[in-house]
Design a protein around this ligand. Structure first.
Ligand SMILES: Cc1cc2nc3c(=O)[nH]c(=O)nc-3n(C[C@H](O)[C@H](O)[C@H](O)COP(=O)(O)OP(=O)(O)OC[C@H]3O[C@@H](n4cnc5c(N)ncnc54)[C@H](O)[C@@H]3O)c2cc1C
Length: 475
């Protein structure tokens, strides 16, 4: 086996949303850049996404909705989004104002009220950014995974990678930006942090994000965040539904926060409405219901729409066409019986519905245990439905602890009292690891249980991380 040695100013690890953005920005700043991509194509999970680049309009909204993230980092993303949209337009990328049509045919305004939102076409976007990097003198090497970081003392000085031909590739660089997209593709790490029952999780993401950035950074002393068990995702139709990457969007249920979610014992296990975006419900389905739940609702909800994510009946029928288990009954008696046939304690389920209906009819859902704080509408208009769902993990939220410039903090030189829940303590200096940066999902201190957009973080922090790398080099 031969070892090829190259020198670059900046190496970017991962050619997904954050990595491609970082690569383009690096060429604009005059850096000699190499973007390594483990997969067979660039684009990462962004390539599979709905392409809605969104975050909250204001930092106050972000704090209210995502209270456990780092306030300064969140501010960086919220305030950096409009300039980043302008920057994309300057590259010739059309960032369309919603409403826009999704690949599933639905028309989308914004994923949640109060969002600042633009829309890209993932495939064209990926091609455009890759071409910009190459035209700017950089390179994007697919099927070339980083294996580890190279260090000189406490400083990161490059990466070790493997080429598409299986040869060793050593790249010496002033800076490395990790943009490997989290660890949801790694069964061992999922079992360690998220749930022992990984067989009851769909992977709703690219298959190559297996925590390589996290592992390599930890090996050189990087500080990690809390919230390692939390993830962004949705509940999808459960097996026997056939969920493949081209169907992630069409089999995502979205309407969980409006339904009643029960487990196989027929009991509610969480406040379904804690988040409009279904991600807290998906996490609780994994953690509290062993990865198997049923969304129960009536014909009123069936005929309704989820904000802008489309007609609920259409989502249900589409799921049924793909093999999802959908129980439908014209009376509660028949519903109870059919639930038993589906493996759910039907008597308990109907009792749960009675109790729920009584509470929400008088606006007292918050007195239920678990409470129902929002969308308090009774389930009482036949036919009744139950759709079997299983959580799909799109990305893990915990990860590397960075500063507002995307510099990865050093575990050995950061106070152990600094928790992500509390944000930065301004009075304590945290030292970064020289030469090491992160962007996108690899950053762990933006989201924690709650979520403020995935593509927006990757867009804003992809740019920021490279700008910091170039600035730090000059100083
Ligand atoms: C179905 C679906 C719908 C979505 N819809 C939206 C949406 O509308 N809005 C939104 O904000 N977010 C959405 N997301 C989430 C969004 O796609 C991610 O938040 C975003 O792509 C994260 O960007 P990233 O660069 O951090 O990771 P990714 O885009 O996933 O890129 C990570 C890249 O790193 C590569 N990599 C991993 N390990 C290595 C290694 N060792 N060496 C080299 N390369 C490596 C991977 O192959 C991958 O290409 C959606 C995701 C999915 C799957």
């Amino acid at each position: 086996m031969t070892t090829e040695i190259r020198q670059r100013d900046v190496v970017i690890v991962g050619a997904g949303m954050a990595g491609l953005v970082a690569g383009v920005r690096a060429t604009e700043l005059g850096a000699d850049v190499c973007v390594l991509e483990k997969g067979t194509r660039p684009g990462g999970s962004m390539y599979l996404s709905a392409g809605l680049i969104w975050s909250y309009e204001t930092i106050d909204d972000a704090r209210e909705n995502v209270p456990r993230g780092d306030p300064e980092l969140q501010r960086t993303i919220v305030e950096g989004l409009d300039p980043a949209f302008d920057w994309l337009e300057s590259l010739g990328v059309t960032v369309r104002e919603p409403p826009v049509e999704l690949p599933t045919g639905e028309t989308v305004v914004a994923p949640t009220p109060g969002a600042n939102c633009g829309k890209i076409e993932p495939e064209a976007f990926t091609d455009r950014l890759r071409t910009r990097i190459e035209d700017g003198g950089g390179e994007v090497l697919v099927e070339t995974p980083m294996r580890s970081l190279r260090t000189d003392g406490n400083t990161v000085v490059g990466v070790d990678a493997t080429t598409a031909d299986g040869e060793d590739l050593e790249i010496e660089a002033d800076a490395v930006v990790l943009a490997t997209g989290g660890f949801q593709g790694n069964e061992r790490l999922l079992q360690e942090y998220v749930t022992p029952a990984i067989e009851n999780l769909w992977l709703r993401a690219n298959p190559w994000s297996t925590g390589d950035g996290l592992t390599a950074a930890r090996d050189v002393g990087a500080k990690t965040t809390g919230g390692m068990e939390t993830f962004y995702g949705h509940n999808l139709a459960a097996p026997p539904a056939n969920v493949t990457p081209d169907r992630y969007l069409e089999l995502t249920q979205y309407y969980g926060p409006f339904a009643v979610a029960i487990d196989e014992r027929g009991e509610r296990f969480t406040d379904e409405s804690e988040s409009d975006l279904e991600h807290t419900l998906a996490q609780d389905t994994a953690h509290e219901a062993d990865g198997r739940a049923y969304y129960v609702f009536d014909s009123d909800l069936y005929d309704d729409e989820v904000f802008s994510m489309g007609h609920i009946g259409t989502i249900v029928e589409r799921s049924a066409d793909r093999g999802a288990e959908v129980v439908r009954a014209d009376s509660l008696e028949a519903f109870e019986e059919k639930l038993y046939a589906a493996g759910v304690d039907g008597t308990n389920a109907v009792e749960t519905l009675d109790e729920y209906n009584e509470a929400v009819r008088t606006g007292c859902g918050d007195r239920l245990d678990p409470p129902r704080t929002d969308y308090q509408r009774p389930v009482d208009t036949p036919p009744f439905y139950a759709v079997a769902v299983q959580p799909g993990i799109t990305f893990t939220m915990g990860g590397l602890h960075v500063d507002e410039g995307g510099r990865v903090l050093d575990e050995r030189r950061s106070p152990s009292t600094l928790f992500v829940d509390e944000g930065h303590d301004e009075s304590v200096e945290c030292e970064p690891i020289a030469g090491l940066y992160a962007a996108g999902v690899d950053i762990g201190n933006v989201n924690n249980r709650h979520y403020m957009g995935g593509l927006a973080n990757a867009l804003v922090m992809g740019r920021r991380a490279v700008e910091s790398a170039v600035d730090d080099r000059v100083e």
